[in-house]
Design a protein around this ligand. Sequence first.
Ligand code: NA7
Length: 553
Amino acid sequence: MDYEVIVIGAGVAGIYQIKRLADLGINATVLEAGADLGGTWYWNRYPGARFDSESYTYGYSFSRELLDEWHWKEKFSGQPENLRYLNFVADKFGLRRFMQFNCRVDAAHFDEAANLWRLEIADGRTLTCRFVIMALGLLSIPTPPRLEGMDSFRGRSFHTFHWPHEPVELAGKKVAVIGTGATGIQVIGEIADKVGELVVFQRRPNWSAPLNNSEISNDEMADIRARYDEIFATCLRTPGGFEHEPDRRGFFEVSREERLALWDRLYDGPGFGIWLGNFREIFTNEEANAEFSEYIAERIRRRVKDPATAEKLIPRDHGFGVQRVPMETNYFEAYNRENVSLVDISETPIERVTETGLRTSARDYEFDIIVYATGFDAITGAFDHIDIRGTDGVTLREKWADGPSTFLGMMIHGFPNLLMPAGPQSGSASTNYPRGIETGVDWCTDLLEYMWAHGHVRADATAAAEKRWTDHVVRMYAMMLMRKAKSWFTGYNSNVPGHEQGRIRYFVYNGGAPKYVATINDVAAKDYEGIAFGGSAQATPRSLAPGASRAAE
Ligand code: NA7
């Protein structure tokens, strides 16, 4: 066996996972398809890419030294700084030596006789390991549209995920942005005043509210450092894993004036407060949601000068917060600029890409650059891109054809020894991601330690346990207005075959971080109830001496 553990992916999850394994002295490696570490923050280099989480709640919490050393410079830090941070972490803890880059995993097959995973790497190697840990990212497979003529365009075009590493000259350029999700909204707000001309192609508008970013001074950072324990304790307590706590007053129990006062405060406040600091009924009650959505619509009307454009920017098919809420900076003001225009492609669809630009049903447009901000094959896409086979040769693609089913979002019945610290249906996808990641990595690592201590060489979630968890995840969707929205939260993506129809895929756990953590801790406390272990006590005597790192390439 080449490794005890192989971690796939060197993003936020993979970095922390290898840190835990290295500290335990486990023979482990990270395989990363990219040329360097960082995951999301390695790839997404488009202008405007930044956290929607408060920076100091996004960073890792596991090391006091790290918390003391790193100075976040902005409340919502941008991509270059975020990538610097992850590199700083990897270098500080000497983790790079456990990572192999440009190393794409094509296949992972479980060998039932030997209780190990056999991984096929794109470079031709086969690697074996006892455990494989999928740290693949929830949004790591970009999906450009499927438009005729895309290859014929003579200008530059790229999906935001593949925004070039070298600076892209924007001054004076005619630029198209297709897509107005969280990404498109960031790009548009950032480049509107830097390009010659910008045309936004919008299929459906998204509800969006101001990020209200600001710099973090030395004094503020000192204060944050002093409060880190309190900050992370708050994140542990709140459903979203943020500092933002829902307003626990009943929506209908307070007066309209009180509701407006809260909303005015949240609209001018930072980040996801407007979403997660709101009344809880916004997510579950149509009437409450409609009243708040109208409040935001009014805000949009106040900010966009042309009334017809304002109306086009107001969603009609879903209410505020039932899809992931993009956070914006100068987004609505961009449409007040002479050089920016909005094309509603629900009225005049894009028919094709031409050599010189885009053709809609109404006219031709000429561009130097076309930016596809068209989203991701979310949550399960990265799994579908690897040929993963469990017991009896069953492929994960087949098993998840209609959507994922998991145990706690971290294990899959029939795929023993495969762990997902931040998998589909885990607590991560619907919460402040790194908070969920730390929880998930710690739980997976504890499970491994338990197995090593007991000499188990095989762990598989039982079919019954998987069903219980998946049913629980499904039931929670029934309470949420989110179930009605066509978004990546429910598995909708018009660019992925089979995902266009809007059939719900139960991708995320909606019970909130505290309940999730309580549940997984309870499973661990009950000797991992729901997991069937196998193997003999003599099979894997482990040295768990901390610091005795044997990980090697
Ligand atoms: P999203 O949120 O999935 O948004 C994709 C956007 O692109 C959305 O406005 C789509 O319109 C639009 N889209 C997708 N395909 C097409 C085609 N074929 N033609 C026209 N328009 C299209 O992805 P993002 O990258 O913005 O955000 C992903 C997450 O990244 C985000 O939630 C954060 O967590 C970080 P639609 O609404 O489907 O009509």
